[in-house]
Design a protein around this ligand. Structure first.
Ligand code: 13P
Length: 261
């Protein structure tokens, strides 16, 4: 089955790499990634806030065609929010994609569905693209509640987002039990859940939005499993954590098309 969705491979560095290391990483990646790769798909990198300016100037000055991404942001434009970074500040830096509702933000920092929805709308209001993350815990999966959890997160996360904006979004299905554990969802399970994501979008925003929205899988994506995951009809990309911290492994994921299934 073919579709017109352009794949998006994103590297979420989490709280890793200082700005010197970031510069080295971006340059190494730019040597490994080819023109054919960037013709075939979009690549975004999501460094910590302290690296963003360095990465932005490196991408600009060396004309490296990766999209700049951020890992989260506040929902307000400015104000007395000590320690926070606003979507307006990210937009000014040329950030294109902002992760919202990563499970680590939900679980460790207590971000609610309502707050994540406010962030999604704020990111869109600043002409950036949210990567809205959803996913179930191991207990929820074992209890047969994975679909219900993801449906509820999506309904809340997409509240008051217009259908044409939903069409532009990226949604990342990241089962929590697969994040940083080396235990990837099977391609079949990942496909089933990414299809659930698309059907929730269809119910909420119509079939055009569902056909257009890009759905990533995240959770222990590696060079060895990327091709099989990406061959699934409802998986349009990958949100990569650990394997994005080494240029050669991230480049091999970006080059999944060249690998045998
Ligand atoms: P890992 O690839 O390290 O499992 O992390 C996935 C993730 O959380 C990306 O956002």
């Amino acid at each position: 089955m073919t579709n017109n969705r352009r794949p998006l491979i994103s590297g979420n560095w989490k709280m890793n790499l200082n700005h010197f290391e970031a510069l080295k990483m971006v340059q190494e990646l730019s040597y490994e990634v080819t023109r054919d790769d960037v013709d075939a798909l979009d690549i975004s990198i999501h460094p910590p806030f302290t690296d963003l300016r360095t990465v932005q100037t490196t991408l600009d000055s060396d004309k490296i065609p990766f999209f700049l991404g951020a890992q989260h942001c506040h929902s307000e434009k400015s104000g007395a929010f000590t320690g926070e970074v606003s979507p307006a500040m990210l937009a000014k830096l040329g950030v294109r994609y902002v992760i919202a509702g990563h499970s680590e933000r939900r679980e460790i920092f207590g971000e609610s569905d309502e707050l994540i929805n406010a962030k999604v709308r704020a990111i869109l209001a600043h002409d950036m693209t949210p990567i809205l993350c959803v996913g179930e815990t191991l207990e929820e999966r074992q209890a047969g509640e994975a679909e219900a959890k993801v449906q509820a997160q999506l309904k809340a996360g997409l509240a008051r987002v217009k259908a044409e904006q939903v069409a532009e979004l990226v949604i990342a299905y990241e089962p929590i039990w697969a994040i940083g554990t080396g235990q990837t969802a099977s391609a079949e399970d990942a496909q089933t859940m990414c299809a659930v994501v698309r059907s929730v979008v269809a119910d909420k925003s119509g079939s055009d939005a569902a056909e257009a929205v890009r759905v990533q899988y995240g959770g222990s994506v590696k060079p060895t499993n990327a091709a099989e995951l990406m061959s699934q009809p409802d998986i349009d990309g990958a949100l990569v954590g650990g394997a994005s911290l080494e240029a050669s492994s991230f480049a091999r994921i970006v080059q999944y098309r060249l690998h045998d299934l």
